[in-house]
Design a protein around this ligand. Structure first.
Ligand code: SAM
Length: 258
């Protein structure tokens, strides 16, 4: 069965994406582990270490916005990093996502952490392309991990990111990308188009959602094209503007609002 997500009109894409993540909200960790052999955990750890979030001596606590934050994977890591590495007990994260089911799961998870009182983490339904509850020039750091390829209008989301960041604020994106070694790419294409949907069926009884995920990765722009889009939204990027992880299976892009 082929779901044919490629052919859906833009206005229906948003709803489809919502349905995909509603159906995977509960089995979300399983899905990530299936898709990446568990490597997504290492990528996320590396992403947070690279950003090194936390209050600096003499500085203010940080306001961090984690967009498409889903079940809080990145948010909890950033708060742990700030707390443990910078002894920062004040910086906070606003987790936004278009899907309330994902946020509910994240909120539930937060109750089992040291952030259970909610003073350092908040969950809110927001479309990344709009962010109407987030004031201009209000955030020190904007993160989006494995979210942006699902957005209907990526340039609009990048403009919204630019709007909400303070001058000097950092935009950081972790996303599946293009494999940069020929033979690895052949293996990867075989794996993703043939194995992942099958595994989705076997592990989560949900072939269509996994099929969608594979297609959304294939459609997402290359590292260089995406770095260009970040620049077009007004960000300054240093060097190439990205770092490849695992031969480019994933990549981290960063930009600074000047
Ligand atoms: N950041 C989390 C992580 O790394 O585990 C979750 C990533 S999950 C693969 C993608 C998320 O993007 C989903 O929770 C989905 O609801 C969200 N999403 C898709 N389109 C969105 C949009 N336009 N605005 C905000 N969130 C969106």
């Amino acid at each position: 069965t082929h779901f044919g997500f490629k052919d859906v009109p833009e206005d229906e894409k948003e709803e489809l994406v919502r349905d995909v993540f509603s159906s995977v909200a509960k089995s979300y960790d399983v899905m990530n582990d299936v898709m990446s052999f568990g490597i997504h955990r290492l990528w996320k750890d590396h992403f947070v270490a690279k950003l090194d979030p936390g209050r600096r001596p003499g500085g203010e606590p940080l306001s961090i916005l984690d967009v498409a934050g889903g079940t809080g994977d990145i948010a909890f890591r950033m708060l742990d990093w700030a707390t443990e590495i910078h002894n920062d007990h004040q910086s906070s994260v606003l987790v936004v996502d278009i899907n309330d089911d994902m946020l509910k799961e994240g909120h539930k998870r937060s109750l089992a952490t040291r952030y259970a009182d909610g003073s350092r983490i908040e969950f809110k339904v927001q479309n990344a392309e709009v962010l109407d509850a987030v004031p201009d020039n209000s955030q020190d750091l904007y993160t989006v991990a494995f979210g942006i390829r699902n957005f209907t209008n990526i340039p609009a989301a990048l403009r919204a990111a630019h709007r909400v960041l303070k001058p000097g604020g950092v935009f950081a994106c972790l996303e599946f990308s293009k494999v940069n070694v020929g033979i690895m790419d052949m293996i990867y294409q075989q794996y993703s188009f043939n194995v992942i949907p099958l595994m989705g069926q076997l592990v989560a009884a949900d072939r269509d959602s996994y099929q969608y995920l594979v297609e959304s990765i294939a459609r997402f722009p290359s590292q260089k094209e995406f770095a260009r889009m970040i620049q077009d939204a007004g960000f300054e990027v240093s060097g190439d503007g990205y770092e490849d992880l695992t031969f480019g299976v994933a990549a981290i892009h960063t930009g600074v609002k000047v």
